[in-house]
Design a protein around this ligand. Structure first.
Ligand code: ADP
Ligand code: MG
Length: 343
């Protein structure tokens, strides 16, 4: 064996070791946004990483405060004005988010509807503690539903917002986490961090790669503690899941969860979880919520009009529906052999 062959052999032996070398991955865990946010970056100096992470932490705390639907903050002030028929000043950030959510409302055929804050409050999900029931009366739900609160009731002009419909209350919980993850990724990128994952309680965006491989992502079993499938993501991709197991209560043996169908006023039925892959987290987050509401068999049309082509749904029977492009991206664990329908 000549010297270069020896060197090659040593390199080949060393490479897999490098891949798992913990020294090459920097990690940080933040408790913010009512969840754990884990950030892992590949091959970056610890000083630069720590600086970027502190900036991310400040930004996420600010977003959490500004967009909170029931704690005091900017959104709450806007909602108070809307409820009393007055106009409210808007900062450019919230104005941009309202414009964005109105576009997503339209593209989703109204299934992603952040104007239904009153319904979400009525169901008890605008609370720091999980409600325990009973669910609201049909009459209470009907009063709100009959008023048809929609994003298109809102009028923005001259840096102010008003609503023609006093039943409109904004709840941005359907895509706030996505927005926060996008902001975190922009901060990390601005610090030159180009191989990174930002994971907010299972919803995440990745940039680049984990060394020589993609980032491996687990998809939770909606009825158990484990992982049922894995997805590889790399480049610039977000993976967001909406599920009926995130925030729910059982009352009289029935599950009531926090994703509300704006057409019925009741928690959406049909799906247990929906996973969406898209570039931007804000879009993936809103789409996961909208497709969850659309339900089995009906999500492909909404996905198309939202420009989403990577979707996996687990329905109430544990069967799987997915888009054609998703088939190659999802790998099920050995114990999970679901019936799969491809659209
Ligand atoms: P999670 O944040 O738990 O991953 P989602 O992204 O699906 O779940 O967001 C659920 C939240 O979205 C609810 O708590 C509520 O604030 C809001 N929401 C519920 N139903 C809708 C809907 N039809 N359209 C827009 N937002 C909704
Ligand atoms: Mg969502």
């Amino acid at each position: 064996m000549n010297l270069s062959a020896v060197l090659l052999a040593v390199l080949l032996l060393a490479l897999p070791g490098c891949e798992n070398d913990p020294a090459r991955v920097q990690t940080a865990r933040l408790v913010v946004f009512g969840t754990l946010v884990d950030i892992s970056a590949w091959d970056i100096g610890s000083e630069r990483f720590d600086q970027a992470v502190s900036e991310v932490e400040l930004r996420l705390r600010q977003i959490h405060e500004d967009l909170h639907a029931w704690h005091p903050g900017r959104l709450k002030e806007i909602n108070q004005a809307l409820a009393s028929g007055e106009s409210s000043p808007l900062n450019p950030e919230i104005e941009g988010l309202i414009a964005k959510s109105t576009r997503l409302f339209r593209q989703s055929g109204g299934l992603f509807n952040p104007a239904i804050g009153r319904l979400i409050a009525e169901w008890g999900f605008q609370s720091d503690n999980l409600p325990s029931g009973p669910p609201p009366s049909g009459a209470a739900v009907k009063v709100i539903l009959d008023a048809h609160p929609e994003m298109t009731d809102l009028h923005l002009s001259g840096g102010r917002i008003e609503s023609l419909n006093p039943e409109v209350q904004l709840d941005l919980g359907g895509f706030a986490k996505g927005y926060a993850v996008d902001e975190a990724i922009e901060i990390l990128r601005s610090h030159g961090i180009i191989n990174v994952i930002c994971n907010a309680g299972g919803d995440l965006r990745v940039l680049g790669r984990h060394g020589k491989r993609a980032w491996h992502i687990g998809i939770r079993d909606p009825r158990g503690a484990g992982v049922i499938a894995s997805i590889d993501a790399e480049g610039d991709q977000s993976v967001f899941t909406s599920g009926d197991y995130e925030r729910y209560y059982i009352y009289d043996g029935k599950r009531y969860h926090h994703i509300i169908d704006p057409r019925s006023g009741y928690p959406a039925t049909g799906a247990r979880s929906v996973t969406v892959i898209a570039t931007r987290s804000i879009v993936a987050d809103a789409a996961a919520t909208a497709l969850f509401v659309a339900g089995p068999g009906n999500w492909p049309d909404i996905a198309r009009s939202m420009g989403i082509d990577l979707v996996m749904m687990i329905d109430q029977d544990g069967a799987v529906e997915m888009s054609q492009n998703m088939v190659d991206r999802v790998h099920f664990g050995n114990e999970f052999k679901p019936a799969v329908t491809v659209y």
